[in-house]
Design a protein around this ligand. Structure first.
Ligand SMILES: Nc1nc2c(ncn2[C@@H]2O[C@H](COP(=O)(O)OP(=O)(O)OP(=O)(O)O)[C@@H](O)[C@H]2O)c(=O)[nH]1
Ligand SMILES: [Mg+2]
Length: 331
């Protein structure tokens, strides 16, 4: 089993602080027998805030947080003293974190920049003290506002990885083998489907100190967008990649058909994925002889740059990297 230090989904109850009550108070001083109202306002309740942190790669640190609760604001006091605001709680999250309402599934916002802060659950406003309510007809208002209550809601955070190139292929296509042969990442490799259960990122070195980041995600099968296999859970990880590298093994029954199925699943999940640049690599081509390869070249899908590679025999990997680099930098 792949270990699960990689967490890309958490659900928790987020509760902001209530606002402090406004104060109902009258000035009392020896020489002022009938002092006017001087109740101060209540403080604001603490917000729950998400903050982007470019050093984080997973939501693991939030996995065991089931309740996130911010402090309430303090009540106002006499002498027009405003109560202290409740302390905000700031949860740091990796870039690419999407906050959703757990009940409706509705997306609230996405954190995309380092240091970006967005209020997830707003703290209640503090109530106004009676000082605010004096008027010509009521010099001594005997009421003050209560603080607004805090909000309690269930939130889902989902992480979309940010890589330059995302691998797309059926289980067993050789995605993890490719990543491990061109980067230092060591994903698990197996001759059975669904070896990869969590996404892996690898930095691929490219000529003269350049590099790009490649994401290996669990294999996609027909019906994935409808929840089959490991389902759509991992498809979101290719949403933020700038280009997509399709990997189809040389021993596939029908390369064109596999390509169409993969495209279809992406489209069902999110049609915008089809706007991304695509490349096609035919993997495991060490299994082909020259004759077969020539024959297959005529049967590849049209309109997509393609290359025959073998991660095991290390063939055409530089050519593939050139193609990826070009695609990333022309887009
Ligand atoms: N002959 C040959 N076999 C390969 C090559 N690349 C991968 N394989 C084999 O194909 C099988 C699947 O490889 P993986 O890299 O685990 O495939 P994957 O696409 O990551 O599979 P999932 O994680 O299950 O989606 C393994 O038995 C690999 O040894 C290659 O270039 N040539
Ligand atoms: Mg794999």
């Amino acid at each position: 089993m792949a270990d699960s230090n990689f967490i890309d989904y958490v659900k928790f109850c987020s509760r902001s602080g209530a606002g402090g009550a406004g104060s109902l108070h009258f000035r009392r001083e020896k020489h002022v027998p009938k002092g006017g109202p001087d109740g101060g306002d209540g403080g604001r309740g603490g917000h729950i805030i998400l903050k982007g942190n470019a050093q984080l790669w997973t939501l693991l640190h939030l996995k065991y947080k089931k309740h996130v609760i911010a402090e309430s604001g303090k009540s106002g006091e006499g002498g027009r003293r405003t109560g202290a605001d409740g302390k905000d709680i700031i949860l740091e999250v990796p870039l690419g974190t999407v906050a959703k309402d757990a009940e409706t599934g509705e997306k609230r916002f996405e954190i995309t920049e380092d240091g970006q802060e967005v209020i997830l659950t707003k703290g209640g406003r503090g109530g106004l003290g009676n000082d605010h309510f004096k008027s010509a007809t009521n010099q001594a208002p005997h009421f003050a506002q209560p603080g607004e209550t805090g909000i309690e809601e269930w939130i889902i955070l989902e992480l979309k990885l940010l890589a330059d190139v995302g691998l797309v292929g059926f289980p067993n296509a050789g995605k993890s083998t490719l990543l491990s042969s061109i980067s230092a990442a060591k994903p698990e490799i197996g001759d059975y489907p669904f070896t990869t259960l969590v996404p892996n990122l690898g930095v691929v070195a490219y000529r003269d100190d350049k590099s790009f980041v490649m994401a290996d995600i669990p294999g996609i099968i027909e019906g994935a967008a409808d929840g089959k296999g490991l389902g759509i859970r991992f498809l979101r990880h290719i949403e933020r990649n700038s280009i997509l590298l399709f990997l189809i093994p040389a021993d596939a029954d029908n390369i064109k058909k596999q390509y169409k199925i993969l495209l279809g699943e992406l489209e069902k999940y999110n049609p915008e994925l089809l706007d991304k640049q695509r490349l096609l690599a035919i993997s495991k081509s060490d299994m082909l002889d020259d004759e077969l390869m020539t024959e297959m070249k005529n049967e590849l899908p049209e309109g997509i740059p393609s290359v025959f590679i073998s991660a095991v025999a290390q063939t055409n990997l530089d050519k593939l990297k050139d193609m990826i680099w070009q695609a990333i930098h022309q887009g």
